[in-house]
Design a protein around this ligand. Structure first.
Ligand code: ADP
Ligand code: MG
Ligand code: ZN
Length: 474
C-alpha cells in the first residue's frame, strides 16, 4: 500500500530585541558568559512582576503580517505550569486563549510543485534557560530565560520533508529580512508532528511529536526515519503506534520515546493576572504595517531595476540593516546603484582592514549620503571621499567638517596642480632618471609623491596624465 506523510510544525523563533520579554536584561545576542544577563525577575525571585516589552508585540505582529495572518486586537498571556530546573518560576508565560495572530497562509515551492500551508496561530512566549551537563554535575544558565519567542503553529498541511525544509528556509529569509530574527542555529527550533495514512484516506493517523530540533539537516533525517517507522508499524504490525513525544538522536539517526503526550490539562494553564491584556488599536496596527519591510522578492526586484548587480543583491537582501541603510541613503538623493558600491566595496574594505565585517558597520545614512553627494557634486574626488569614509567609519567624524579641516575640498586649478608636479619632478631627479631608463615603477613613485603633495585632492586620472606629459617633455 502507498502511504501519505502528514506533518504539522511548531516553530519557535528567538526575537532580535535589545532586552528580554518581561525585564530589562539584554536579549538573546547580549550574553557573553553564563548568567551574564540575569535579574531577580527572570530568575524567578518571589514577588517580582513581569513588564511587557512593547517591541515583542510589534515583531510578532510583523511576523503575522508577513504570514498573512489575522491580527488579534485583544491578546492575553497565560501561565503554563511545569517544573523543570531551567524554568525558575515553575511556569512559562505563554499565550493560550488569545494568541496574537491566527489563520495565516504561506505558499511553499518544491520540485514537485507548490503547496499552501495554513498557519493556525502565532503566539508570544518566554524561552526557558539552558542546562549544561558536565560529567558529574549539571549547571543552569538563565541567560535564555525570558528571551522573547514567537511560536508559529501550522495546520497538518505538509506532505513531505522537502516541503518542511522549503517552509523553514522561507521563514528564515523572511524573518532575517524583516529584522525579526537572525535565525542563527539554535535561535529557530522546531517540534515536528508527524503521522501517516493510506493514500486517498481522509482521516489522520496517530501522530508523534519530535521535540526541539534546530538543525535543518537533522529535521530532514528525523522526518524520514519517523515516517518509515510509522509505515512499518502499519504495514508489518511491528509495533503499536501511540501518540507520544519523541526525541531524535543525531548519532544513531533514530527517534526514541521521551514521554507520553501531555494534554492541555497537564499544564494547568490559567490567565496571567500580572499582565494586562494588550489592545492593538488601529493606529498602532497602522504604524506596524507602515514599518513592515517589503517582502524580499519584491525588494530584490526593485534593486534589480535600480541597476544593482545580482551578486550585490545576494549580499544585501538577507541583511535588513544594510538594505535599510541603502534605502535611506537613496531616499536622500543618491543613486541606489552607487550607494550599493559604497557600502559593499568601500565600507566593507575599510572594515576588513580592521578585521571587521559589514555586520559591524555603524555609519549613519546621513553621513554616507553627505560623502556620496560631495563626490557626485565634484566638490571632492572619489579618493578624498574614501579618506573621509575611513574617518567616519573609524572615528565617526562629521564628513563635511572633516573634509574642510583636512583641506580635501580645495579646488586645484590646473596651474596649481602643474606647479606641484613640476616641483615633484625637480625634487626627484633620481626617479625621473630611472623612469627615462625604462623603470615603470619610478613613475608610480612620482605619481604617489604628487598625490601626497596634493593631499588626495584633484582628479587622479588628470594628475596622471599631466605627470606623463611633463615627464615626456623634460
Ligand atoms: P496539541 O494542542 O495537542 O499540541 P495542536 O492541535 O496544537 O495539538 O497541534 C499541534 C501540531 O500538530 C500542529 O502543528 C498540527 O498541525 C499538528 N498535527 C495535528 N494533528 C496531526 C496529525 N494527525 N499528523 C501530523 N501533524 C498533526
Ligand atoms: Mg502544541
Ligand atoms: Zn532579567
Amino acid at each position: 500500500m502507498n502511504y501519505e506523510i502528514v506533518i504539522g510544525l511548531e516553530t519557535h523563533v528567538e526575537l532580535d530585541t535589545k532586552s528580554k520579554i518581561f525585564c530589562s536584561c539584554g536579549g538573546h545576542s547580549s550574553p557573553k558568559e553564563a548568567n551574564d544577563c540575569v535579574c531577580p525577575a527572570c530568575s524567578g525571585m518571589p514577588g517580582m512582576l513581569p513588564i511587557m516589552n512593547k517591541r515583542v508585540v510589534e515583531l510578532a505582529v510583523t511576523a503575522g503580517l508577513m504570514l498573512n495572518c489575522e491580527i488579534s486586537r485583544y491578546t492575553t498571556f497565560d501561565k503554563k505550569n511545569y517544573y523543570y530546573p531551567d524554568l525558575p518560576c515553575a511556569y512559562q508565560i505563554t499565550q493560550l486563549n488569545h494568541p496574537i495572530c491566527r489563520n495565516g497562509l504561506v505558499t511553499v515551492k518544491t520540485s514537485s510543485g507548490s503547496r499552501d500551508i495554513r498557519i493556525k496561530q502565532i503566539h508570544m512566549e518566554e524561552d526557558a534557560g539552558k542546562l549544561v551537563h558536565d560529567g558529574k554535575f549539571s549547571f543552569v544558565d538563565f541567560n535564555r530565560t525570558s528571551v522573547p519567542l514567537i511560536e508559529i503553529v501550522t495546520q497538518p498541511d505538509f506532505r513531505s520533508a522537502e516541503e518542511v525544509l522549503a517552509y523553514l528556509n522561507k521563514l528564515k529569509s523572511m524573518f532575517r529580512s524583516g529584522g525579526i530574527s537572525e535565525c542563527e542555529e539554535g535561535a529557530m527550533r522546531c517540534d515536528v508532528n508527524i503521522s501517516v495514512r493510506p493514500e486517498g484516506s481522509s482521516e489522520f493517523g496517530v501522530r508523534t511529536e519530535i521535540k526541539n530540533m534546530s538543525s535543518f539537516e537533522a529535521i530532514e533525517r528525523a522526518i524520514r526515519y519517523e515516517a518509515q517507522r510509522h509505515i512499518d508499524a502499519l504495514e508489518f504490525e511491528t509495533e503499536e503506534l501511540v501518540q507520544e513525544t519523541r526525541r531524535f538522536d543525531d548519532v544513531s539517526g533514530k527517534t526514541m520515546a521521551m514521554r507520553n503526550k501531555e494534554t492541555e490539562a497537564d499544564y494547568r494553564y490559567f490567565p496571567d493576572a500580572n499582565l494586562m491584556p494588550i489592545i492593538i488599536d488601529d493606529e498602532w496596527l497602522e504604524q506596524i504595517k507602515a514599518a513592515k519591510p517589503v517582502e524580499i522578492d519584491e525588494k530584490a526586484e526593485a534593486y534589480r531595476e535600480a541597476g544593482i548587480s545580482e551578486k550585490e543583491i545576494e549580499m544585501l537582501i538577507h541583511n535588513h540593516k544594510l538594505c535599510k541603510l541603502l534605502d535611506d541613503v537613496t531616499s536622500m538623493g543618491c543613486e541606489a546603484k552607487d550607494v550599493a558600491v559604497w557600502i559593499l566595496t568601500d565600507c566593507a574594505g575599510v572594515l576588513r582592514k580592521d578585521g571587521k565585517t559589514l555586520a559591524e558597520l555603524n555609519v549613519t545614512a546621513e553621513k554616507l549620503a553627505a560623502i556620496i553627494k560631495m563626490v557626485n557634486a565634484g566638490t571632492i574626488n572619489r579618493n578624498a571621499g574614501k579618506k573621509i569614509l575611513i574617518a567616519v567609519v573609524e572615528n565617526d567624524v562629521d564628513p563635511v567638517a572633516y573634509c574642510k579641516a583636512q583641506g580635501l575640498d580645495k579646488k586645484f586649478d590646473q596651474s596649481a596642480v602643474e606647479a606641484v608636479i613640476e616641483r615633484v619632478i625637480a625634487d626627484n631627479s633620481r626617479a625621473v632618471e630611472d623612469y627615462k631608463n625604462g623603470k615603470e615603477k619610478a613613475k608610480q613613485a612620482l605619481f604617489g609623491a604628487c598625490m601626497k603633495e596634493l593631499r588626495g585632492a584633484g582628479d587622479p586620472a588628470v594628475i596622471k596624465e599631466l605627470l606623463e606629459e611633463k615627464l615626456r617633455n623634460c
